[in-house]
Design a protein around this ligand. Structure first.
Ligand SMILES: [Mn+2]
Length: 295
């Protein structure tokens, strides 16, 4: 018996040196509505053994690439600054041993720590954000490291980013977007522009960190989150984007944040687990090429 749940449980024991590290960051400090994001990582890990290890799109057992789940980070008594520092150190340690880091939130503030680690390794890092929200507030309820200000903090560091799935924002954020000339991929734009994925890729000329706030998805497939905004992204939209990001750009890390499990909405955690597995599938596709689904 393990002390904490692992991604794909005992099926992850494949006897190869792991290429992926799953890090849990169970933080719920500044959530605005709908609590429980600290339970998100465990819910995703608990749901993962229900996944079919043979990927139905890629026709490979991605698990054979080696996926190790690490012990959850402990934020007891930590300020938000200390939380971000702890995440930065943990992600840096995984990069140092050539692992692809997958960070499970927790609220969106955790992204700041992971991006700081990636930025040390890749000064030309770009961030792609799937989210219902712009998260461009200067601060939220007096907290600059709030989940609602996470992209503003990345802008402070002059990190280029592209926002996808957007359909909820404040006037302050809207004015900032106009002032800066940013072109977020609002939901209505995704629906109107058939080549939106190519346009996202065209805006990237460096390694990519992907941050997925699960509220970017439609609440029909992702109801378990603090702000389940209607008319969100479909599974096909998200996977079309991620497939292109992996195949045409260089994906160097990812997080999945803001899952707040609730009874009766267990499919949300399963969807998040499958999104991670599919993304890793794209990433390690070359390992399996022409080998009948085995590396
Ligand atoms: Mn959001």
């Amino acid at each position: 018996m393990h002390a904490y749940p692992r991604f794909l449980a005992e099926e992850s024991e494949v006897g190869v040196a792991p290429r992926v590290s799953i890090l849990s960051a169970p933080l719920a400090a500044t959530v605005s509505w709908g609590e429980g994001t600290d339970q998100g990582p465990r819910a995703i890990l608990d749901a993962s053994p229900a996944l079919e290890v043979f990927d139905d799109e890629l026709l490979q057992e991605t698990i054979q690439a080696g996926i190790e789940t690490l012990a959850p980070l402990d934020f007891t008594g930590c300020s938000l600054e200390a939380v971000c520092e702890r995440i930065c150190q943990a992600v840096s340690a995984e990069l140092a041993r050539d692992r692809f880091p997958v960070l499970l939130g927790g609220e969106h503030s955790v992204t700041t720590g992971a991006v700081a680690a990636l930025l040390r390794e890749y000064p030309d890092l770009h961030v792609v954000q799937i989210d219902a929200h712009l998260d461009l507030r200067d601060a939220y309820e007096g907290t600059p490291l709030s989940h609602a200000a996470v992209m503003r903090r990345l802008d402070d560091l002059a990190i280029p980013f592209i926002q996808v799935g957007i359909r909820s924002f404040s006037q302050e954020e809207w004015l900032l977007v106009q002032e800066r000339g940013w072109q977020p991929f609002f939901m209505r734009r995704i629906k109107a522009e058939a080549d939106w994925v190519a346009k996202v890729c065209a805006g990237i000329n460096g390694p990519v960190y992907l941050t997925v706030d699960v509220d970017g998805f439609d609440p029909a497939i992702m109801p378990a989150t603090g702000t389940p905004e209607p008319d969100g992204m479909s599974w096909a939209m998200a996977t079309d984007l991620i497939r292109a990001l992996v195949r045409e750009k260089r994906l160097v890390g990812m997080d999945v944040v803001e899952l707040a499990p609730r009874p009766g909405a267990e499919h949300a955690a399963f969807c998040a687990a499958k999104l991670i597995y599919r993304t890793l599938g794209y990433l390690f596709e070359p390992l399996f090429a022409g080998q009948g689904g085995r590396p």
